[in-house]
Ligand binder design. Sequence first.
Ligand SMILES: [Zn+2]
Length: 377
Amino acid sequence: MRFISADWIFPLFKDPIKNGVVQISELGEIIEVFSSKDRLSFKQIEVYNGIICPGFINAHCHLELSHLHNLYNKGSDFIDFIKIVKKRDLFSKDQIYKSIRNAENQMIKNGIVAVGDICNTSDTIDQKKKANLQYRNLLEVFQVNNEKVEETVNKAKLLKSQFVSENLNVNIVPHSSYSVTPKLMSRIKDMLSEESSIFSIHMQETIYEKKLFKDKTGPLKDWLISIDADPTIWESFTSPLHSISQINSNNILLVHNTYKEKKCNSNYYYCTCPNSNLLLGSKLPNYNLFDIERLCVGTDSLASNDKLSVLDELLTIQSNSNFSLETLLKIASKNGAKALNFNKLGTFEKGMIPGINLLQNIKNFELTEESKVVKLL
Ligand SMILES: [Zn+2]
């Protein structure tokens, strides 16, 4: 049994507690949150300077792209980025596996306990079998050619079976509104009912998406035509969101939302990946538009980020919003756990097994460049 105390405890299901104490079992389960140390024997308690909060959820990552770190030149075009990702297979499996291991270690050190991880391959299976972190494996498909939809679905099912045979959970999800045909989207919808229904999609990551669906023009359309894409992709819908209107799930996670203009819809969870947006030369979302109970945060992959650190993402969000520290920590833990259905993570409620982070160098309840996270559990 451990009793952990600090200047402040942020349980995230109730208000922060000054000098509170969290009682945790040997298995990491929350037994109790005390509002003072008075009734406890002082010797039992570990006391830290700083803030204690639940482990972080990285709601959007592509662990298998970790070997593409530093290949992208800052400020290039988004379509150049897609070309970099196409080079993913030019590396040896050893290089790929080593980068995956290092990236996972980095996440653990940075206080991340669970990941919403996009997969196009089986490359991460061996690492995930070790269960160092919890994962929602989101098996991503894209296909712009209708004749190849069945081939794509069959490949995805085969890959899914590789995850399932290792007892790893997996959901088949589309890459984005512009990279799957309506026919494939409808196949994904049918498969969703066969699975635990977590649905994720890249949404409004570039300004071109809106242009493609609304005006039926722009660089994304030129690119799609150059790869012989089926015109039903842009002809069938008037907005990127329109393309998923048929999807029925309580856990729909829209990732990026950089060019979102309207207030958010309470049917969806929203994920922001601010440092990836900035590295790809884009802007940040307008954070005033989000319901702060449904916004979560992701690092995206090391192909478009310097680090896999939720705390670093929070610092960027803080500088571009009026969110309080408590809201930032909900974005980092509670909301991601809800969005991805990690029901033992995200808060210090009794019975949860959320991991424990110590945040240091916080000034007046604000994160600073010097702020750091120490994983206590
Ligand atoms: Zn992504």
